[in-house]
Design a protein around this ligand. Structure first.
Ligand code: GCW
Length: 714
């Protein structure tokens, strides 16, 4: 090698090392040295003799991963004279003696098995495809990272949901709408030539948790992504992701046929328009044969759609579905719609627009429904569309990025929130028709199933900004694979894989994570309050805002506080949004006494002195919840202070600082909201709650014009 090549190599290694040495860059896949010899002795024999059957780029990835783990765990060079062995191979090519002991018949393409055979001497990872083997490999490594016993494994895993996708709200200029972790990781300008190491690391992280699709572009879309100039770049990314089992999707701007200068209409029933989309699909599939399809936001918040041509969601979705169907593509058509003119309760509008079309969408269309009929709030009752469209596959859209939950400054463990929603009973097919059963197709026997998470990933060196933001990406993936998983198990897994297996760390930190979600609800929007954040960027409190163009842009629309009380009456005496839910829910929630208190002000407008189950007034309860939220953050801080020995210095210090910010802001929320609402309640704060430090005018004057995540052109 020439000297200059040596120098280049050295510089490259230095660069690569630097990125990877950043705490948090390795995510939950940092295979740290196992310091307990008893575990080392148990695991190492399987890493001494590895038989990998097959030959594909996915198999090479498995090999690389096992080698990385072996080195990382420090299982190399251990004296191991046992005959133990790890075999990784598709079921039908396993050595014959082994094959008969492994049954993968009902596991589909992605399910895997991990079995210990021959009296604990042989460990076998199997499945029906190389991707399944990759998932199985990550499954085994997850066991080891948690120091689980692998001497008697009998694991059979199969994803319960088919399309498990991340949605990136990434713009072509690399800004990220509602992104709080830097810029977009897609460096469009340098693609397709420059393939950054992050692309591969991103794919690796996703496949380790079973995510099998990624929508690269913002739902507020730009038609240019559909041009050959960009498709070439998308293709380059698709090639990196393919061996990890990840399909690429794009957002389709409904008016693209006009904007790209080819037609003067985008009417979905116009033959030329239909042809245009078919051609676009053909062009994309010629480059990317496993392209996943399109995600579409239409007739929502100014995005173009079929309404302009007096056509329906079905007309729009089915036209696109027809274009991708010959290539096995799908359309994810969003149901996040509310009209610019409709004065009706915003919470009702998506249901009203979509329910009439149940059963009318093409087979390859998934209707993507947001978590919550309003918008990704710290707490919302489940969206009433779940359970109300038996003949239409509905996919869930969760938001991993914390638009309404304190951005990347607040520690909030979202799997707890996701779990609460997935476990809610829709009563669609009688009792125990949970949201999870609607989206995994158990109810109504759906053929196509999906789940999406709006990503919290950016160019920050640890991907998500807050070191604990990674847990939400991880947890989304785990729940997408199995929507019945317990958030407590997810918390433990992540903590162990990421930081430490010590009981004195895992136990208190699990409690902290699980509690963190309730804390944010308490200090932001307790008792069913919602959408009272400052407008536009949604950071910090803004319950007083009442001057924006459309009623439902204003927080006052959502809390309706006045001298008589507070809350949104969604019963039959109000907007009657409750009628969109199944009868048991409608009946229970019609009466404030039988409405879960966590949803009280979502459904009822109640007097300030309304007596709650603890015999205290609504006002006192509200104030006490705000106070409790602050105290919960103080407890989080106290717990974290004891964790220094388990965490690297940088992440420890960063999290400590972020918790300081979170505490300051929890107090800001409490004081601002209580000062504002007190004007109406005219009641004293309960003794436990301190008087706000400043007057209301002070809180109103706080302005954050450059809060991140908003589109600079707004
Ligand atoms: O919650 C709102 C966000 C918008 C977002 C929109 C949507 C991508 O404030 O930034 O746009 O939802 O989900 O379409």
């Amino acid at each position: 090698m020439k000297l200059k090549n040596y120098i280049a190599l050295a510089l490259f290694s230095l660069f690569a090392f630097n990125i990877q040495a950043q705490p948090g860059y390795e995510l939950w896949l940092d295979y740290k040295e196992i310091d307990d010899n008893t575990y080392k002795e148990k695991y190492s024999p399987f890493f001494t003799d590895i038989e990998l059957i097959g030959n594909s780029s996915t198999i090479s990835i498995i090999k690389e991963e096992l080698q990385l783990a072996k080195t990382g765990f420090a299982l190399e060079n251990l004296n191991s004279d046992s005959n133990s062995k790890l075999i990784v191979g598709i079921q039908n090519v396993l050595p014959s003696g082994i094959r008969s002991q492994i049954n993968t018949e009902n596991l589909g393409d992605e399910g895997y098995t991990i079995n210990t055979l021959n009296n604990g001497k042989t460990l076998v990872i199997s499945g029906n495809s190389d991707i399944a083997l990759l998932y199985g490999t990550f499954g085994l490594l997850r066991e080891i990272q948690q120091r689980n016993d692998i001497s008697d494994l009998n694991i059979e895993e199969e994803p319960k949901i088919q399309k498990r996708v991340l949605n990136h709200w990434d713009n072509l200029d690399r800004t990220v709408e509602r992104g709080y972790a830097g810029f977009s990781i897609w460096d469009w300008h340098l693609l397709p030539e420059l393939i950054k190491p992050e692309y591969k690391d991103y794919a690796r992280a996703n496949s380790s948790i079973g995510i099998n699709g990624t929508v690269l572009t913002n739902v507020n879309s730009n038609a240019l992504i559909l041009t050959p100039h960009y498709i070439e770049k998308v293709k380059a990314l698709a090639e990196v992701f393919r061996p990890y089992g990840i399909q690429v999707y794009l957002t389709a701007r409904f008016s693209a046929p006009i904007e790209l200068g080819d037609l003067d209409t985008a009417d979905p029933l116009d033959e030329n328009v239909r042809e245009w989309w078919k051609n676009i699909a053909n062009e994309i599939y010629a480059e990317i044969p496993d392209f996943g399809g399109f995600l579409v936001k239409a007739d929502s918040e100014g995005q173009p759609g079929p309404f302009q041509y007096d056509r329906t969601h079905v007309d729009g979705a089915n036209m696109l579905a027809e274009a991708v169907a010959p290539h096995d593509g799908i359309i994810m058509w969003r149901a996040f719609v509310y009209s610019e003119e409709d004065p009706d309760d915003r919470a009702k509008q998506a249901y009203d627009q979509f329910i009439p079309y149940d059963g009318k969408f093409a087979d390859n269309v998934l209707v993507q429904v947001k978590n919550g009929a309003i918008d990704f709030q710290p707490r919302e009752p489940f969206h009433p569309m779940f359970g109300a469209m038996p003949d239409t596959p509905l996919m869930m859209e969760f938001q991993i990025t914390q638009e309404y939950l304190g951005f990347s400054s607040h520690l909030v463990f979202l799997p707890k929130l996701f779990e609460e929603v997935l476990d809610e009973d829709t009563y669609a097919e009688g009792e125990n028709s949970t949201v999870a059963k609607v989206i995994d197709g158990t109810n109504s026997n759906k053929k196509l199933t999906g789940i999406a998470g709006v990503a919290n990933i950016g160019t920050e060196k640890n991907w998500t900004g807050h070191p604990f933001g990674q847990a939400n990406w991880y947890g989304f993936g785990r729940l997408a694979w199995d929507p019945y998983m317990d958030s407590e198990d997810i918390a433990q897994e992540w903590l162990k894989m990421n930081f430490s297996n010590e009981e004195d760390f895992v136990k208190p930190m699990t409690d902290l994570l699980l509690e963190s979600r309730e804390a944010v609800v308490n200090y932001m929007t307790p008792l069913g309050l919602h959408h009272i954040m400052a407008t536009s960027h949604h950071y910090g409190p803004g319950p007083w805002v009442d001057n924006l163009g459309r009623p439902e842009w204003n927080p006052v629309y959502y809390h309706k506080a006045d001298k008589n009380g507070i809350g949104f009456d969604r019963t039959s005496s109000g907007s009657d949004a409750l009628a969109q839910y199944a009868t048991p829910i409608e009946e229970n929630y019609s009466n404030p006494e039988t409405t879960p208190e966590k949803y009280l002000l979502w459904f009822h407008h109640l007097p300030w002195d309304y007596e709650m189950s603890n015999d205290k007034t609504l006002w006192d309860n509200m104030a006490l919840h705000y106070q409790k939220g602050v105290e919960q953050v103080e407890e989080m801080q106290a717990t974290w202070k004891n964790m220094e020995q388990y965490v690297n210095k940088q992440e420890f210090e960063k999290t400590s600082k972020l918790l300081e910010i979170q505490l300051k802001e929890a107090k800001w929320w409490r004081d601002a909201c209580l000062s504002y609402f007190q004007q109406f309640s005219e009641m004293e704060l309960p003794a436990e709650v301190p008087e706000p430090e400043h007057n209301l005018e002070y809180y109103k004057s706080i302005d954050r014009p450059y809060a991140p995540g908003i589109n600079p052109s707004w």
